[in-house]
Write a protein that binds this ligand. Structure first.
Ligand SMILES: [Zn+2]
Length: 223
């Protein structure tokens, strides 16, 4: 599986384009906002001869949604996200404006509900869906076991974790998601987060201060 990262919008959000030998592709967390950013992603897709089959979101925050409606229409592709984050769609434009970002058109509905689903496929590739509530109630991570690649959205960053002070956020849940659902995938699994640089599970187990304080039992996260 091939992976390209494009960084979009004033929140510096990571948009991932992933594809396999069939040249069928999935786009994860499309954050393209301006005409210029639309051109950048469309040119990348055209230059590489890719066909986007599905637009997938790890969660429903506006900085990850800004390009979804545009790309779904442009490529006639369905939008996949957990319905547990559907409540965020209605407010996405308003939240964007609170952050000083022009919201524009947001997706109005979810075509493929990822809540409780085991996997989602494009081309010959199957992405496992791992529920990782905490940053939002419907947050999911996507795992491709052959390449040992994990898209963590805003759950786990390089040496940090996602905010839990936004509506629907919960510290105890995000730590359970990381400790119980992500770390067991193995130290050599590569992490591609929603913001910032990539990492791997081994590095985060050793150097992520939020993870380390829980593993060292300095913080009781099960309250
Ligand atoms: Zn977020």
């Amino acid at each position: 599986m091939k992976i390209a990262r494009l960084v979009f919008n004033p929140i510096q959000e990571n948009t991932y384009i992933i594809w396999d030998s069939t040249l069928k592709a999935a786009i994860i967390d499309a954050g393209n906002m301006t005409e210029r950013e639309n051109e950048v992603i469309e040119k990348f897709i055209a230059d590489n001869g890719l066909t986007p089959e599905v637009i997938i979101n790890t969660h429903g925050h506006f900085d990850h949604l800004l390009g979804v409606a545009h790309l779904c229409e442009r490529y006639e592709a369905p939008f996949a996200m957990s319905k547990k984050d559907e409540f965020l769609l209605a407010n996405a434009s308003a939240s964007a404006e609170l952050f000083g970002v022009r919201g524009g058109a947001m997706p109005e509905k979810i075509d493929i509900d990822l809540d409780g689903r085991e996997s989602i496929s494009f081309g010959e590739t199957e992405l496992k869906i791992i529920a990782t509530p905490g940053h939002t109630p419907g947050h999911i991570a996507l795992y491709e076991p052959q390449s040992k690649v994990l898209f963590t959205g805003d759950t786990l960053f390089r040496e940090s974790i996602g905010r839990t002070d936004l509506p629907g956020g919960d510290y105890s849940w995000i730590m359970r998601s990381i400790i119980d659902n992500l770390l067991p995938l193995g130290d050599d699994v590569k992490i591609y987060p929603g913001h910032g640089d990539d990492s791997n599970i081994g590095h985060e187990s050793m150097y992520n201060p939020f993870v380390v304080e829980v593993l060292n039992q300095e913080v009781n996260y099960k309250n």
